[in-house]
Design a protein. Structure first.
Lengths: 604, 369
């Protein structure tokens, strides 16, 4: 039995991190009998181990639900889950573009947070109908009235009959289903136009190749059609189309306008099915692509090296595998005098970087050394040319630099007003320029700063969290490049420059950071046979210095009862220890020292 | 009978009390247990020397506290051992045991049954330092024990000094070393205190006010210097002797030569194999511990000696010259004055001994490649 277009509802759920998006999604799956109870693992949609652990959604997912409503009719719900983090804003926007409406989840104990607003604005940009849902009303600290009032005040959304639910216990969740039927419009769709389907996600499957998740806007598509990607021009023969069910894919004869489904076509890499691209058919191509496609460019770069040089090939294979599923990850080979062979990798943001790093270590069992993350700087040379630098190693000779520019962001921080002072201190330290501040409610503020991206990528979240005891939330969007006074800070051990520790920094902050790095290195480099001077230099001028004293005592004094084996074991251990050290000229540096420098602000 | 005759180590796992820094295998035992233990040892010695056809070059009673076994038991063991007429026979004795539990006659008997070398744990002559180590004997008792040893006709005796202990200063180290010289000792062992896992000292390490790394080094170098000035030449990291009085038994270890260990927790090296007995006084098990006697092991041990790793010794034993990589690796250490590397070989000096673990690892890590 086919469902008429009027009974299709395409929607997503938007929420701040931890406000219960995935839990609500699980309840919706249960209530629509999409999953047998026994197959339920908590947060079914977040199927990567890492996602479940971090409680965030890294990749978008979608699922088709069948709902028999109180009006006696059958409906099809297409729930499109969206990533909940600013690094993946573009992916969020494509998911939103595939929907007619959105559930806006607000935690009754926390109210409106940074990402609630950021995502709301995104949803409004896409003309989505918003259905507010007040969640977590079971919590002792829940204040549903206050949360509802905040939504009304800040977002201007009527919350008088907003469902008040507990996704965790399932309380009142059925109201949400009815509101979806009532408030979210059916898709406007014309099956007779040439095909235009929006790609909002794609995943790599080792058996079928890339599975492309689409929302069909116009026209229809079926197996055997020749599909064409309008942005990349790539063409493939469709092998199968169908719907995403909660636990499996369900093949269908065709997908038609208004529907959400998948296409497989023996596509080899997700790079050929980019999120945001429009699928049409070669037989009857659409004249114009859907709006909004852009190629996402990495914003944050760092070097990733295998701790053991022998793992280089494994690292390359692991990165290539991850890239199959993640077109926004870039990598190319890089050589460091200090770290040997590795890769320069590009990421959407710091979270993206951390996720990739963790997946490499966890899923591929690699021991990694990463360098300080960098953003892309634009440097104008005296000959008038402009170079883009994402790697301190390529930083030009200061004598040839006319001016530098760095990327800026518009950042919003939402927090209880008690923390305004602490937050402003932090932003000020991070070279922020105060824009404005508004009261969301009587005791919650939205502080708007312009912050350099390179200040955000150094543990800004962590510092913010610790200074506001976790109450602040944060969101940013890239704005523009601005002139900046940048310098390259080099680390020298025993007079030799360690390229992997160099980074680009604002001139005003060079001294402070140089001192901290020098101290950290001193604490983390074990005493060696000779004294090691640690120097931090800008353009050849030393601005901070420490010394690792020479080791004086390392001796096994006594031999007990002829126990030579004990000595042999010690010798083996020491020889093994030497292998784990990175040799820089005559200085041996343990990996821990690198880590300590990279996580500079952890223990201030 | 050749110079290759092995040494014999006999472990006596008894102590009157446990020193708070010690992690060696030892416990209190009664007379019955000791007698039974003596029987077991004798049986094992006879078995070893008969089966393997051995005559021992050196005999060493270590512990624990061998003097706790009592003169009679020790004499019975000595009688059972087949040893060369010129064998060095050492018995470790606790000074308090000699003064409080032993008669002069008993000590004389020990000597007449073949003991010709006594080693005593003095640790320090300074009262405050001795107390911090939990030693029972006072300086007076050490003097008395030394007198007994001399009266028994033992001219070859050794005293232990411990370095890096609470309250110790270079001046008190000189005091302890000078005391050894005055007492007429022919041998001196000076061990740096190491806080071992599971000892009472480990639990209270922070409160012990131990000298720091730099201070310990100064104490060690002071001991080396003071020993030298008193006529004890250094022959190993922790061992000093009047000319001709280096411990022949200890040299077996450092020369990577063979020895048989009897008793719980004793180690053996025989027929190219290393093995040891488990730390179980009643039913020790023998556990294989791999091959021994390779170049790396030899080099590691020889580098503990002031004589060092010599071209001649290496050539004689292995038929090859010192690896070039080892010499190359030695160079930076030579430049920093931690060792000498010349045509006769490689040898560390006291400053080098202080960091000998790192040096030996570096020399051998590079030699391997």
């Amino acid at each position: 039995m086919s469902i008429p277009k009027e009974n299709i509802r395409n929607f997503c759920i938007i929420a701040h991190i931890d406000h219960g998006k995935s839990t609500l999604a699980d309840r919706l799956l249960e209530l629509t009998d999409s999953v047998a109870k026994r197959d339920m693992t908590a947060q079914l949609l977040d199927d990567m181990e890492l996602e479940r652990e971090r409680g965030i959604t890294i990749k978008a997912h979608a699922v088709k639900l069948d709902y028999h409503a109180q009006d006696g009719q059958d409906y099809v719900f297409n729930l499109i889950d969206t990533p909940g983090h600013v690094d993946f804003n573009y992916e969020v926007s494509r998911s939103l573009a595939a929907c007619e409406g959105a559930l806006l989840i607000v935690d009754a104990s926390q109210g409106v947070e940074a990402q609630t607003l950021a995502n709301t604005y995104l949803a409004l940009d896409h003309d989505l109908e918003l259905v507010p849902v007040i969640n977590k009303i079971d919590l002792p600290a829940a204040e549903p009235d206050r949360a509802a009032a905040e939504v009304e005040d800040v977002i201007g959304l009527d919350c008088s009959d907003a469902p008040r639910v507990s996704a965790k216990t399932g309380l009142n969740v059925e109201q949400v289903l009815e509101r979806i039927v009532r408030d979210i419009p059916a898709p406007k769709a014309d099956e007779n136009l040439p095909l235009r389907a929006l790609i909002f996600d794609s995943i790599y499957d080792s058996y079928r190749g890339v599975i492309v998740y689409v929302r069909v806007m116009d026209g229809r598509i079926k197996a055997g059609d020749t599909m064409r990607m309008m942005a990349t021009g790539a063409q493939f023969t469709v092998v199968e189309v169908g719907y995403m069910r909660a636990t499996s894919l369900e093949p269908a004869a065709e997908l038609t306008a208004g529907e959400v489904g998948y296409i497989t076509a023996s596509i080899k890499t997700v790079g050929d099915a980019r999120v945001g691209d429009t699928v049409t058919t070669a037989e009857n191509p659409a004249s114009e692509a859907l709006p909004g496609y852009r190629k996402v460019n990495p914003m944050v770069f760092c070097g990733i090296y295998p701790a053991d040089g022998a793992d280089y090939e494994s690292l390359r294979e692991a990165l290539a595998k991850l890239q199959l599923n993640d077109a926004s990850l870039s990598f190319e080979p890089e050589t460091s005098g200090a770290l040997g062979f590795g890769f320069r990798c590009g990421f959407l943001g710091l979270l993206h970087l951390e996720i990739i790093q963790e997946r490499l270590e966890r899923e591929y069992d690699l021991d990694l050394v990463t360098t300080v993350p960098s953003v892309v700087y634009k440097i104008k040379l005296t000959d008038g040319s402009i170079v883009e630098i994402d790697n301190p190693t390529n930083y030009p000779d200061p004598a040839t630099i006319a001016s530098c520019e760095e990327p800026m962001t518009n950042a919003h921080i939402y927090a209880p007003s008690d923390y305004v002072g602490a937050i402003m201190d932090l932003c000020q330290e991070r070279r922020g320029v105060f824009k404005d501040m508004s009261y969301i409610t009587t005791d919650r503020v939205d502080i708007h700063y312009e912050l350099p991206l390179n200040e955000i990528i150094y543990d800004f979240f962590d510092s913010l969290k610790s200074r506001t005891r976790g109450y602040a939330s944060f969101d940013y969007e890239l704005s523009e490049y601005q002139p900046s006074k940048l310098v390259k800070l080099d680390v020298l051990l025993n007079g030799e420059m360690i390229d992997a520790l160099s980074f680009i920094i604002h001139a005003d902050k060079a001294y402070g950071r140089a001192r901290k790095i020098a101290e950290k290195l001193k604490d983390n480099i074990p005493r060696q046979m000779f004294e090691i001077p640690i120097q931090l230099a800008v353009g050849g001028k030393v601005i901070a210095r420490e010394t690792v004293k020479a080791m004086r005592k390392d001796v096994l004094a006594k031999c007990y009862g002829g126990d030579i084996t004990r000595k042999k074991k010690l010798l083996e251990k020491q020889k093994e220890g030497k292998k784990r050290m990175r040799q820089f000229g005559t200085v041996e540096v343990p990996q821990e020292a690198f880590m300590a420098v990279l996580k500079l602000d952890d223990d201030k | 009978m050749t110079t290759n005759d092995p040494g014999l180590y006999i472990h006596v796992p008894f102590c009157r009390g446990k020193c708070p820094y010690c992690d060696f295998y030892s416990f209190r035992a009664d007379a019955v247990f000791k007698a039974r233990y003596t029987e077991t040892i004798i049986k094992n010695i006879i078995k070893e020397q008969t089966q393997k056809g051995l005559t021992f070059r050196t005999v060493y009673f270590g512990g624990g506290t061998p003097s706790q076994l009592g003169a009679q038991n020790l004499c019975r063991v000595l009688d059972a051992i087949s040893k060369r007429p010129d064998a060095e026979v050492t018995v470790e004795c606790n000074p308090s045991d000699l003064c409080e539990e032993w008669s002069q006659a008993e000590l004389n008997a020990l000597v007449s049954h073949g003991a010709n070398r006594i080693s005593m744990g003095m640790q320090s002559v300074v009262e405050q330092e001795r107390k911090a180590l939990g030693r029972r004997a006072g300086e007076q008792q050490v003097r008395q024990a030394v007198a007994m040893v001399k009266a028994a006709g033992v001219t070859d005796f050794s005293l232990d000094v411990m370095l890096g202990i609470p309250f110790q200063t270079p001046a008190t180290v000189r005091q302890s070393v000078a005391f050894c010289a005055e007492s007429g000792a022919t041998h001196l062992s000076a061990y740096l205190l190491k806080i071992e896992q599971g000892t009472p000292f480990e639990k209270v390490e922070k409160t012990l006010n131990l000298p720091d790394e730099d201070a310990c080094c100064e104490l060690y170098l002071t001991a080396c210097e003071e020993a030298e000035q008193n006529g004890f030449y250094q022959y190993e990291i922790s061992n000093f002797a009047k000319p001709g009085h280096a411990s022949r038994h200890n040299l077996i270890y450092w020369n990577d030569e063979e020895y048989i260990g009897i008793g719980p927790a004793a180690h053996s090296f025989y027929g190219g194999k290393r093995y040891y007995n488990t730390a179980d006084a009643e039913h020790p098990q023998t556990v294989e511990d791999g091959e021994g006697g390779g170049f790396e092991e030899y080099a590691m041990l020889r580098l503990r000696l002031t004589e060092g790793l010599t071209e001649r010794g290496t050539k004689e034993r292995f038929g090859f010259a010192l690896p070039a990589a080892l010499r190359t690796a030695a160079k930076p250490f030579a430049e920093r004055g931690l060792l000498v590397c010349d045509e006769s070989g490689v040898r560390l000096n006291p400053k080098g001994f202080l960091v000998s673990n790192a040096i030996i690892a570096a020399l051998l890590a590079d030699a391997e490649d």
